[in-house]
Structures are given as structure tokens and as C-alpha cells.
Write a protein that binds this ligand. Structure first.
Ligand code: ADP
Ligand code: MG
Length: 346
């Protein structure tokens, strides 16, 4: 007798799994404006305001390692990655709840340090730490942070708003965080000599990303027509793929336009790495990717100059949803079928 095929998580992949869950969660609440599939869920809270909610878990050995990151720094990162999802919706943060999974024998001093980092960042971004849950974890430490925020009723951003002809923009520089992680995971003595400045910058970008809330809020307050927005957590091609799928469009990127930091350039040169792989596939940059009509470019450039945040034009939205191409000196780049971005189960 042939055994019935039993798919596992590695068959489905993270996004196959989320799709499956989404189908099982349909049709509950009319107040839900945006459900599973965007950076935050959005629901109607009052006549003038929407509320948004997002959650992210960080697991020891998967997302962080106490040998390379202090608990205090981890607390700051946990808030940052959730704030980044709020930024992607054009939302302002309001409150946070935090669930902790603790192995017995976990040093209390580390929990103090975690909350030191977390509450410093909460004060900085005016987030109230309002509750949570504490449970024992048989193996390893984990935290799951949930953030609630607000948007105006008629002014917030989603993944599904990209339209053909729009310009694709990205904030900051890409690939730094993935390169920083590579530095952190290379045993001491095994990596070529690196200027301390390069090492500090790249690892800092991985350990302590800065959420782009100020840019997002500046855009919310402007009259610039933002098509779609997403924060880059899984890698440029993968996250742009999410925008394209949600919007029913395609995209063309120009490789030479993708913003690179000097340390990333230096590090990839010294280590003989193909920088393009890190720019297109490297995760956890927590920069914003968004689209605007071409007519709003001037306005956007003025806003960028005022806000002091680097934002770069990297491509165009195309009508054909089957196309996601990267041009290098005018020629399409050959790519592996998957963009090389991050999937928890593959
Ligand atoms: P992000 O990287 O922006 O946090 P994810 O890729 O983690 O987004 O998730 C994509 C979408 O799937 C989000 O809308 C998220 O709320 C939803 N999602 C992820 N995991 C689950 C789950 N276990 N159950 C329900 N929805 C989920
Ligand atoms: Mg996100």
C-alpha cells in the first residue's frame, strides 16, 4: 500500500504555510480592513482612526545568539523590528505586550537587561509597555513582541497599492545586515583582517536596526501619493515579490541603482563576495520600499532633503505580474528561481 503523501513544513515553505493559514481564517470581522498578508493587520477603531497590530517572535539560535548579542541589545532589536512593520503601514506606535519563553536556570540579570533595552527604546518611540505573558521554555529562550499602533482613517500604506509606471524607492542601504550576520557567524581568526570601522558598522546594522518611522510619518503627512509600501525583512527580491503579488503587477530593478554602503562594498571586496547576491537576497535590513507616481518625484526629493533620510530610486512597476527582473547595465540578470531571500522552513 502506498502511504498517503504527508506534506511537511519544508515542502510548504514559510509563505505556503501562511497562505494555508490565511484560507482557514477567512470571514470573521467586518471591522478588519487588512488581514493576513500585509505588514500589520488594520481595523477600524473609530470614525477618524484605524488601529494596526503586528507581532514578531525572536528565538534563541534562530534570530539571535547570546554569544554575539547582549540581552539589552536584543530588547532594542525586538522593538525595532516591530516598529518597522508599523512604519510600513504609515502607523504611529502606541503600546506593546511581550511574551517571554524562559528556560529554568535563565539568569534574572539577563531579563533585567532585556527590559532595560526594551524600555529605553519604548520611551524613545513613546510606546507604552502594557503587558505580556511569561512561560517556561524547555529549550532555549524566545520572546514574542506585539505592537499596537494607529493610522489616520484615510492615509496609510499597504502592499497592494503598486500600479504600473510607478517609481520604486528604497530607504538607506541594502545588504548590510546580512553581511553583518556573516561577520558575527564567522569564527574569530577565520575571517580576513577587517577595519574595525567596517566590522562595527555592518554588525551594528544587523544587531540594532533603526526603524524608518520618521520617513514613514513624513510621507503620511505629505501629499505625495504613495502606491505600495513594505519593510524589507526577508530580502529585496522576496519582499518586492510580496508587493507585486499583492498588487497584481511586475517590477524591473536596476542593479547599479541599489544603494550600497561603503563598508558593504569594502567587506564584499575583501571577502571576494558577489555583492549583488547580498543586495537582492540579504534579509533584515528593515529599510522601507515604496512606490510613487513619476509625477511626485520632485515632491519626494524635497521631502527627502528635509527629512535627511537617504531614499533612492531603484526601479519601475510593470503591468505584467509575471515579470520581476533585474537589469545590470541594461541587460536582464540571470537569477536563481527563488530570489534567495529568507524562508524559515527552506
Ligand atoms: P513581516 O515580515 O512583515 O512580519 P511575515 O512574512 O512574518 O510579515 O507575515 C506575512 C503575513 O502573514 C502577515 O500579515 C502576518 O500577520 C501573517 N502571518 C504570519 N504568520 C502567521 C500565523 N501563524 N497565523 C496567521 N497569520 C500569520
Ligand atoms: Mg514587514
Amino acid at each position: 500500500v502506498r502511504k498517503k503523501f504527508q506534506p511537511t513544513l519544508s515542502h510548504l515553505g514559510e509563505f505556503g504555510l501562511i497562505d494555508r493559514i490565511r484560507k482557514r481564517c477567512r470571514g470573521v470581522d467586518a471591522k478588519l480592513i487588512e488581514g493576513i498578508g500585509d505588514d500589520c493587520a488594520v481595523y477600524s477603531a473609530s470614525k477618524n482612526r484605524n488601529q494596526v497590530i503586528t507581532t514578531d517572535a525572536l528565538v534563541e539560535g534562530v534570530h539571535f545568539d547570546f554569544r554575539t548579542q547582549s540581552a539589552e541589545s536584543l530588547g532594542r532589536k525586538a522593538l525595532a523590528v516591530n516598529l518597522s512593520d508599523l512604519a510600513a503601514m504609515g502607523a504611529e506606535p502606541r503600546l506593546a505586550v511581550l511574551a517571554l519563553g524562559l528556560p529554568s536556570g535563565f539568569p534574572v540579570e539577563r531579563i533585567d537587561a532585556l527590559y532595560r533595552g526594551l524600555s529605553a527604546r519604548c520611551r524613545q518611540y513613546r510606546v507604552a509597555l502594557a503587558g505580556g505573558d511569561t512561560v517556561r521554555s524547555p529549550r532555549g529562550f524566545w520572546i514574542a513582541l506585539t505592537l499596537v499602533g494607529e493610522t489616520r482613517k484615510n492615509r496609510w500604506f499597504r502592499r497592494s497599492g503598486a500600479r504600473p509606471g510607478q517609481v520604486i524607492w528604497v530607504s538607506g542601504t541594502l545588504g548590510d545586515s546580512a553581511l553583518g550576520l556573516r561577520i558575527l557567524s564567522t569564527p574569530a581568526g577565520k575571517s580576513p583582517d577587517l577595519p574595525e570601522r567596517v566590522r562595527r558598522y555592518l554588525t551594528g546594522r544587523h544587531l540594532e536596526p533603526e526603524p524608518r518611522l520618521a520617513l514613514s510619518q513624513a510621507l503620511v503627512r505629505s501629499t505625495i501619493r504613495v502606491g505600495a509600501m513594505i519593510d524589507l525583512s526577508d530580502g529585496l527580491l522576496q519582499d518586492l515579490g510580496h508587493v507585486c503579488r499583492a498588487s497584481g503587477v511586475g517590477a524591473r530593478l536596476q542593479l547599479e541603482r541599489i544603494p550600497v554602503s561603503q563598508p558593504a562594498e569594502k567587506f564584499s571586496l575583501v571577502n571576494n563576495l558577489r555583492l549583488q547576491d547580498w543586495l537582492l537576497g540579504g534579509g533584515e535590513d528593515y529599510e522601507l520600499l515604496f512606490t510613487t507616481p513619476r509625477e511626485d518625484v520632485k515632491k519626494l526629493k524635497r521631502l527627502i532633503a528635509r527629512a535627511g533620510v537617504p531614499v533612492t530610486e531603484i526601479g519601475t512597476v510593470l503591468p505584467d505580474p509575471k515579470v520581476l527582473e533585474v537589469l545590470h547595465r541594461g541587460r536582464p540578470l540571470r537569477q536563481r528561481k527563488s530570489g534567495g531571500g529568507f524562508d524559515h522552513f527552506r
